[in-house]
Design a protein around this ligand. Structure first.
Ligand code: NAP
Length: 541
């Protein structure tokens, strides 16, 4: 596949660098974690796989990539100066701007001097006697630290289906999450996109305008909803800046971590005409209002969910001219919101273009990739470029791809073989001083990430003040949390489909809820309560 990973630096065999803390990943979490640990006076090194910082916003530079969260809620909340200095240009900011923002933060807070780029962590091994983690990079370089903070993201381990013949293709191939930094010229080319998740839904309408011909290979249609992006006016900019404190207070209190919050009424208790009028109102709003501002039982009651799903299906049908194509694009096999809702701009209109073809791979499965293109059960399609928008080995993948060994040489990968095993999504028993800082909640990413980083920082501060050197959860606390995560998800409609939320997008991956689906505000409180009770559920030594 084109655009191979950047090379890690040459091995510095023998030398071992010592730090108080090692952070894996220089994305949204890692950058903030570095800032906070430095404030504690710790020596910190961040190892980042990429050639640049930004994590998700470094790697995902495919055409159309942008926030689905409102820009002003995605930016960091912890520096008033930063909030006042930074102008978001669009309500849902695009990747180039998001990458610029994170680089601006890194420069403003002088973070770069502790970040080592092109440094992919291969292993992290806990030395029980020394109470230290030894981290090794792909290039051989080694470093030791008391604390390791895995800020590896939840959607960073790309997934490419193991199609037969994948390497035989003679044209160009790209995975959306490893899109080249230099412009990919698609003009006049025959292009395939495999996948119709949130990524493909952003990419397809843009690519469709550029290419000679686009063929989209769809396995499961999604409930895509209009993003309704627009430029931020100077007046809106002033309003953001004047109201950040109020906004941040609110998004820490909502169930979703967004400005949107569920309507306290139950859908089917609202008279039909009023309910439909409300749906229209939500549909007209930007962002996730149609999902996270909907009736409170939409994610737990199948009848309520189906009522809104039918509303969305009609919206899709109304936008696609060919009724046969429209029906292929209408999801019928899973509830609304059971997969993350892709927010789109002119996605359905792309299928009204003469140069776009939709292939339903449930009707005609992909059999193999050939030197010329893609062979399905029915025919061989020829392409110049194949784009894999096939998603990620989510949540567990970024961690289990590192060889992490805890107490007694226990392998993290083996321990997590049946799904994530943590207490509070923050630590795993048997892996002392290893903190997981990537947002595992079904919530605005930065809002939750900041909460985790602050919890970890407070915990390390507490340990240093009280002269503790090790922290890990008890197996009982972990057992209880795993059951609690499962119980929360079981109450919802999330188990009704095969999404990355359940790890079910990866063949062979054990089906288990990967996200904590309770209210974001409740999650915050649960973490704070444990800390307030002297880190209840953890063993400190
Ligand atoms: P995804 O939602 O997992 O979608 C992957 C797509 O590839 C699906 O359509 C899937 O079909 C298809 N696929 C996988 N294996 C296949 C195979 N063997 N044959 C045919 N099709 C196959 O991944 P994503 O679109 O990259 O999105 C992942 C998440 O990233 C999103 O849910 C969201 O949280 C985040 N994201 C956010 C934004 C944003 O707006 N900020 C943008 C993009 C992504 P099935 O559905 O049938 O499995």
């Amino acid at each position: 596949m084109a655009n191979a990973l950047p090379q890690t630096p040459a091995t510095n065999a023998g030398a071992i660098d010592n730090f108080d803390a090692i952070i894996i990943g220089a994305g949204v979490c890692g950058l903030y974690q570095l800032y906070r640990l430095r404030q504690l006076g710790l020596s910190v090194r961040v190892f980042e796989d990429g050639e640049g910082i930004g994590g998700t916003w470094y790697w995902n530079r495919y055409p159309g990539c942008r926030f689905d969260s409102e820009s002003e809620t995605y930016g960091y909340s912890w520096s008033e100066e930063l909030l006042q200095e930074w102008d978001w240009k669009e309500h849902f900011s695009g990747q180039p701007e998001n990458e610029r923002y994170l680089n601006y933060v890194a420069d403003k807070f002088d973070l770069r001097r502790d970040i080592q780029l092109n440094s992919r962590v291969k292993s992290a091994v806990y030395n029980e006697q020394a109470n230290l983690w030894e981290v090794q990079l792909e290039g051989g370089q080694r470093a030791r630290a008391q604390y390791v903070i895995a800020a590896v993201g939840v959607l960073s381990a790309r997934y490419v289906p193991p199609f037969e013949g994948i390497d035989s293709f003679k044209g160009e191939s790209y995975h959306t999450s490893r899109w080249p930094r230099e412009k990919v010229n698609l003009a006049g080319k025959r292009v395939a996109v495999i996948g119709t998740g949130a990524t493909a839904v952003q990419l397809i309408p843009i690519v469709a305008k550029e290419v000679a011909h686009l063929t989209v290979f769809q396995r499961t249609p999604n409930y895509c909803a209009p993003l309704r992006n627009s430029l931020v006016t100077p007046e809106e900019q002033r309003t953001f800046k004047a109201n950040y404190a109020t906004m941040h207070k609110r998004i820490r209190e909502t169930a979703t971590g967004f400005m949107h919050d569920f309507d306290p009424r139950k859908a089917m208790e609202v008279p039909k005409a009023e309910r439909l009028a409300r749906y229209e109102e939500l549909w007209a709003q930007p962002g996730f209002a149609k999902w996270l501002g909907n009736y409170r039982d939409i994610m737990v009651n199948r009848e309520a969910n189906e009522d809104f799903a039918e509303f969305v299906r009609d919206k899709i049908r109304a936008r696609v001219k060919d009724p046969v194509v429209a029906e292929k694009l209408v999801p019928k096999d899973h509830p609304f919101g059971a997969k993350r809702i892709p927010l789109e701009t002119q996605y359905y209109e792309a299928y009204n273009r003469d140069n776009v073809l939709l292939v339903d791979v449930r009707e005609s499965p992909i059999e193999r990739i050939t030197p010329k293109g893609i062979k399905t059960k029915d025919k061989e399609y020829e392409f110049d470029v194949i784009i894999y928008a096939t998603g990620f080995d989510a949540v567990t993948g970024p961690l289990t791809r590192i060889d992490i060994r805890g107490e007694g040489g226990q392998s993290f990968k083996e321990k997590w073989a049946d799904g994530p095993r943590t207490y509070l999504c923050l630590q795993s028993a048997g892996f002392p001083n290893l903190f997981l800082a990537s947002n595992p909640a079904l919530c605005n990413y930065t809002v939750c990430a900041e909460m985790l980083v602050e919890w970890i920082t407070d915990c390390i501060r507490y340990m240093r003040e009280k002269h503790f050197t090790r922290i890990a959860p008890t197996p009982q606390a972990e057992e209880g949390w795993v059951a609690h995560m499962d119980a929360c998800a079981s109450r919802t409609i999330l188990y009704d489909t095969n999404s990355w939320f359940m790890g079910a997008n990866i063949p062979g991956k054990k089906r288990a809820i990967l996200l904590y689906t309770n209210s974001a505000a409740t999650y915050r409180k649960e973490c704070q309560d444990a800390a307030a009770k002297g880190y209840e559920g953890f063993v400190l030594r």
